[in-house]
Design a protein around this ligand. Sequence first.
Ligand code: GRG
Length: 290
Amino acid sequence: MQKKLNKIAKDTNLFLNEFIKKQKKSELIIAMKYGLFPGGKKIRSKILIDVGSLFQLNYKSLIIIGSAVECIHAYSLIHDDLPCMDNDFVRRGKPSAHIKYGESTAVLAGNSLLTLAFEILSHKDLKITDKKKLDLINKISSSSGHLGVAGGQYLDLSFEHKKVSKKEIIEMEIKKTGKLFSFCCVAPLILKNKTKKEIRNFEEIGSDIGLLFQVADDLIDFRGNSSIAGKKTGKDKKRGKATLISLLGYENTIKYANKLIFKINSKLKKYGPKSKNLSETLDYILNRNK
Ligand code: GRG
């Protein structure tokens, strides 16, 4: 699993480096690259490749689409660490972008990573039809905006120190984290011209994978090993964050996560042995420690 992740990370970083190199220089690119490289686990790209392998899709196209997702993900992390959001000083084992370059540069680097994602998806290097490019851009935009990541982040901040229901926590976590995973699950089906029904099915699988990922992230914060996690842990409790752990407790949250894995695997059964890669990634997501 780690070997596969390393290869995806290497290919993604290679593509992003080349893409940026071909652009004109700017001072902002330094902070953008700081947020992008060496980068994190590339788990979203792995999900893209795993779903793509169910439909025999071209690896290079998936790496390009994954690179766009990683730009939006890096942007969300830079903004998440800002003083007006979670005010975190460490990310991926190094000072957060706003600590290294100042707040305004971090905001602008984040914004530019968002638009870089659209530049990548609309670029000629991605050898798919314009209609498919448009569909991908439409989907990644709605996944990132007020009904997706940004909306989820808003809920996350507004739930701090409040009594929130399980349903509300799940809605917040699906928006904040699940929507980008949903995009990764749906993009291969857009490339393959799959039916709306099948797309909806993979949208739900993606939401559940994202929810599983967020729950695992909350468990990492709860267990609290910041040197392995590469960021400060034990923060959620201090900040009064609404998480499933705060509502259900540690053991029940683990049970909930295992039920999610069972639910996702049941939906993947009809794809037979080809779904092994994705199932393997689900186990990695829950058992990881960073
Ligand atoms: C609209 C994209 C966008 C952002 C603006 C700040 C913000 C609104 C949203 C924050 C969303 C956020 C940080 C969600 C948490 C998701 C999460 C668990 C991130 C950690 O992902 P990993 O572990 O990170 O994949 P690495 O470092 O491995 O890439």
